[in-house]
Design a protein around this ligand. Structure first.
Ligand code: SF4
Length: 420
């Protein structure tokens, strides 16, 4: 099988790194009129960010703060207010994605928020991230009763040595196994996240994590590479050794051999499910997503925006009746097309009809050069619905997506350090 050479993969990743930074060069403020429902636009998903964790993992570049109960309660109130701003503007949502931080960090507030969603909106599906330490039979029952269809648990590794090296002290490997057994089979989709290419991680350790996934017959598993923002990267590298992205390919090959070739279905190049199509990433399934909560990023009809990261700035804006958006950028058509291409390739397919509906022209007219190059590299191939990523192309797309998320993490770090 011919695979794109490492050099080509590195080059493609570099192009995305460059394009990603350009894409994310947001300007302060927002034209709020652009955030009104457009006639004929498909319904957007709603992303909700809960930025609190009971412990902060040193490698993590998300917007997160150490949990303080009073602060978190105030935050949930502000979150409801922010949601109301969008509802007053005429938005309606049916699909919800809770990320963090740890959305389950304060269950009574989360429950009240979910009940509020049910009262105000025609809820169809809810996807929610959690930590193994929060998973109990009781929380599982509550979340199920409140319509959570997909629960995603951040395991990262089943190996105690790896968890310790990562600074992930919220659970041990044995506890993660126990929590998987509690949640598995209780939701339409139960996912776990596993991290790879941590400096001290060997292929053997990673292989054992994969074996555990199979042994436990987990519905869905997302393997994602370490992709910290610059400061976090330096901290990890000072403590261990250089994060070598070239090692990633060997880890990824193991995923293909052990998971993909074993019949797991890829819904993204990182996410593999045992059953048929399961719920996965909102950035692929939804052309538009409104984002609420501090440090969340949204995309609506070409407007890309980021909320205030700093909790005080976020809270002040919301309490004074304003959308808490810190910065934004109306994407030029070219950037929007490339973002669409990247996220769809991440989701394994670029669908002709969806592309035409969104951009008014065919994929070849809009992305002819990009598709020709990808085809030449045998990274994509045509099929009757559009273009699909080949097995050979999966690693190339993985590297491109890693660079895009790294650029996003860089933006997050910039905002957090700058108190934006
Ligand atoms: S990795 Fe997850 S649990 Fe750890 S600090 Fe980041 S959001 Fe919190």
């Amino acid at each position: 099988m011919m695979r794109p050479h490492s050099f080509i993969c590195d080059l493609a990743a570099k192009v995305v790194r460059f394009e990603g930074r350009k894409f994310l060069s947001l300007k302060p403020g927002v034209d709020e009129d652009l955030l009104r429902p457009r006639k004929g636009a498909p319904e957007a998903a709603l992303y909700i960010h809960i930025p609190f964790c009971k412990r902060l993992c040193p490698y993590c570049s998300f917007n997160r703060y150490l949990f303080e109960e009073e602060r978190a309660r105030r935050y949930f109130r502000q979150l409801r207010q922010e949601l109301d701003f969008y509802l007053e503007r005429g938005f309606t949502f049916r699909s919800f994605y809770f990320g963090g931080g740890t959305p389950t960090v304060l269950m009574d507030e989360l429950v009240a928020f979910l009940e509020y969603l049910h009262r105000r909106l025609p809820v169809k599906e809810i996807s929610l991230e959690t930590n193994p330490s929060d998973v109990t039979p009781e929380t599982v029952r509550i979340l199920k009763d409140l319509g959570v269809k997909r629960l995603s648990m951040g395991v990262q590794s089943f190996d105690d040595g790896m968890l310790k090296a990562m600074g992930r002290f919220s659970h041990t490997g044995a506890e993660a196994v126990e929590k998987v057994k509690i949640a598995q089979g209780q939701f339409e989709t139960f996912n776990i996240d596993l991290l790879y290419n941590f400096p001290t991680q060997t292929l053997e350790l990673f292989q054992r994590d994969i074996e555990m996934v199979k042994e436990l017959e987990i519905d869905q598993v997302t393997f994602y590479p370490l992709m910290p923002a610059p400061r976090k990267r330096h901290a990890v590298e000072r403590r261990f050794s250089k994060i070598d992205t070239r090692r990633e390919r060997r880890f990824y090959r193991l995923v293909l051999e052990e998971i993909y070739h074993d019949g797991y279905h890829p819904s993204t190049v990182w996410c593999f499910s045992r059953g048929e199509r399961m719920i996965d990433e909102y950035i692929i399934d939804y052309e538009d997503y409104i984002a609420i909560g501090s440090g969340s990023v949204g995309l609506y009809q070409g407007l890309f925006y980021a909320n205030h990261f700093d909790l005080d700035n976020y809270g002040k804006k919301v309490e004074s009746g304003q959308l808490p958006i810190a910065m934004s950028r109306m994407l030029p058509r070219r950037d929007h097309l490339r973002y669409h291409l990247l996220t769809q390739l991440f989701g394994m397919k670029l669908l002709e009809e969806a592309h035409r509906r969104r951009f008014g022209r065919g994929t070849k007219e809009d992305l002819g050069l990009e598709l020709r190059i990808l085809r030449l590299l045998r990274a994509v191939e045509p099929f009757e619905g559009g273009w699909r990523v080949t097995e050979q192309g999966m690693y190339l797309v993985s590297g491109m997506m890693r660079e895009f998320f790294t650029a996003l993490n860089r933006l997050r770090e910039y905002c957090m350090v700058g108190g934006i």
